[in-house]
Design a binder for this molecule. Structure first.
Ligand code: GTP
Ligand code: MG
Length: 180
């Protein structure tokens, strides 16, 4: 492995409280899932090393608080972000409706030099719930939103069942790496 080309990528995970941001990160990094909900306070990061082609990449994944009262630390940690994962819960309409807000607020606070082409992906989580019978946001609707935001890649995931989680993180890492 060529360690001379090690790259650090800062990944920000955003979305409403309870959509599963922490769970996705725990599944991806630690291969663990818990039913118990514990709100994230402020923001914290974990790192994971992956290899993409010939490059050794360290993902610094920032798990943020969805609850407004826990966002008091501010959004200073958005700065220097290389990419952003927007997460909603396919069973909760409100978490989809707030995506515009998360997206716009991120760009405003992070103020990247390339807002038009900044790497984002959308993740629709909890597709396992009730065998998919309780979902309220269709894949079509989600993809339309992605198209309206400059053709963002879309992934449907289950942090609980470890469905599509690796693929989503790999995609965002590749997109960020391309710009790096
Ligand atoms: P905040 O920290 O408040 O912003 O919430 P969060 O987005 O980090 O949500 P969290 O990962 O804590 O998950 C909230 C709840 O949903 C927990 O009880 C999880 O166990 C559950 N959960 C997360 N992902 C899934 C999933 O894919 N399927 C199911 N069935 N439950 C999930
Ligand atoms: Mg959390």
């Amino acid at each position: 492995m060529n360690t001379r080309r090690r790259t650090l990528l800062k990944v920000i995970v955003l979305g409403d409280s309870g959509v599963g941001k922490t769970s996705l990160m725990n599944q991806y990094v630690h291969k663990k899932f818990t039913q118990q909900y514990k709100a994230t306070i402020g923001a914290d990061f974990v790192t994971k090393e992956i290899q993409i082609d010939e490059r050794l990449v360290t993902l610094q994944i920032w798990d943020t608080a969805g609850q407004e009262r826990f966002q008091s630390l501010g959004v200073a940690f958005y700065r220097g972000a290389d990419c952003c994962i927007l997460v909603y819960d396919v069973n909760v309409l409100r978490s989809f409706d707030t995506l515009d807000n998360w997206h716009d607020e991120f760009l405003k606070q992070a103020s990247p030099s390339d807002p038009g082409t900044f790497p984002f992906i959308l993740v629709g989580n909890k597709v396992d719930v009730d065998g998919g019978n309780s979902r309220v946001v269709s894949e079509k609707k989600a993809k339309e939103w992605c198209a309206s935001r400059g053709n963002l890649p879309y992934f449907e995931t289950s942090a609980k069942e470890d469905y599509n989680v690796d693929s989503a993180f790999l995609q965002i890492a590749k997109m960020a790496l391309e710009k790096n």
